[in-house]
Design a protein around this ligand. Structure first.
Ligand SMILES: Nc1nc2c(ncn2[C@@H]2O[C@H](COP(=O)(O)OP(=O)(O)OP(=O)(O)O)[C@@H](O)[C@H]2O)c(=O)[nH]1
Ligand SMILES: [Mg+2]
Length: 323
């Protein structure tokens, strides 16, 4: 999944004004050059039909139509047709040349003119020569996408996130015996009723050093910022942390490095693989108390999922109060 692309976007050039003369019957030459048409504008529109960002990367130059040149007999050149860039909801636009944020988060139905086209030139007239069309403006644009979800599931590698996603939602994310199998954020919808649901997102695994680019170099982590709830997943047989407490600490540190607002987000901890019968605290370890709601579950056997689901439903109700 690509969540950020760089493209060069250019508005159309204005068409040139034309120089021509009417050769009248009284032998006088009268200027009659037509004006050039305006270059096309570049418009950005949020749409459900927006292509995935990858498509913007295949074609790195997006150039809007030029205005046509003017013709003789005062014929005005045609205007260029707007170039409309369709983007998904949550898109951020950044002007790389000027280091300027153009739009932070675009919302449903939003549309605006990113670049005006070049104005067409003037045809010749009495005492005036024709002029050329203006060049269309150009911008070095970064299009990035915010991943929006209600609940983000972040956890140590191989802790069982995909297995849980598949159980709670109708997704079929490959759950593998090896770690780091989920490389892109994966989505699922947890249905509470016919018209109530939570959008879940599994993040690629987090391990020590993720925020510094190690492992999956998890640049996706910053998206957790849009969460209404963060679920952290650990398991007592992890090869990535010697104890639950340390696993919890790794997750907190790595996520906090990527998400400055983490502390303000509601959180809960899931300790998975309880079917293996391992003690929640490893021999010699202290009792594990993360200080946020804790659920002991088995995504595989279904053990403990009732309490988790009740929690999710209550969470939904508390954040979607009617009236
Ligand atoms: N015993 C047991 N095994 C589990 C449980 N949940 C998941 N597993 C196994 O743990 C392995 C990893 O499961 P995944 O669901 O792929 O874990 P993940 O956290 O998505 O892993 P990555 O995305 O690859 O890092 C698989 O072999 C699962 O079958 C569980 O509750 N109990
Ligand atoms: Mg996974």
């Amino acid at each position: 999944m690509i969540d950020r692309v760089h493209v060069l976007v250019q508005a159309g050039d204005g068409g040139n004004g034309t120089t021509s003369f009417d050769n009248r019957s009284d032998k006088k030459f009268v200027p009659s050059g037509g004006d050039g048409g305006n270059g096309a504008r570049v418009v950005v529109r949020v749409s459900e039909n927006a292509p995935p960002l990858e498509e913007y990367q295949f074609k790195q130059h997006w150039i809007a139509e030029n205005g046509a040149n003017g013709g003789p007999n005062h014929k005005r050149g045609r205007n260029g047709l707007d170039l409309v860039l369709l983007v998904p909801e949550g898109t951020r636009l950044y002007d790389r040349g000027r280091a300027l944020v153009i739009r932070e988060t675009m919302h449903k139905g939003e549309e605006f003119v990113l670049l005006e086209g070049g104005r067409g030139g003037k045809g010749n007239s009495v005492g005036k020569e024709s002029t050329s069309g203006q060049k269309g403006a150009q911008i070095d644009l970064e299009i990035s996408m915010r991943i929006l979800a209600d609940v983000f599931l972040a956890g140590l590698p191989n802790s069982g996130k995909s297995t849980l996603m598949n159980r709670l939602t109708r997704s079929r994310i490959p759950a593998e015996i090896y770690p780091f199998s989920t490389r892109d954020p994966r989505f699922g919808v947890y249905k509470i009723s016919d018209y109530e649901s939570l959008k879940l997102c599994e993040m690629p695994s987090v391990a020590r050093g993720s925020s510094e680019g190690k492992g999956l170099g998890n640049h996706f982590l910053r998206h957790v910022e849009s969460a209404k709830l963060v679920l952290f997943m650990l398991d007592p047989v992890s090869l990535f942390a010697p104890s639950l407490a340390e696993g919890w600490q790794i997750l907190q540190e790595e996520l906090a490095a990527a998400v400055p607002t983490l502390e303000q987000l509601p959180q809960a901890v899931l300790v998975n693989k309880m079917d293996l019968g391992e003690a929640v605290q490893k021999p010699g370890g202290e009792k594990f108390d993360p200080g946020v709601p804790l659920f002991l579950i088995s995504a595989q056997s279904g053990e403990g999922l009732g309490a988790l689901e009740t929690f999710l439903k209550d969470f939904y109700q508390s954040t979607h109060k009617t009236r």
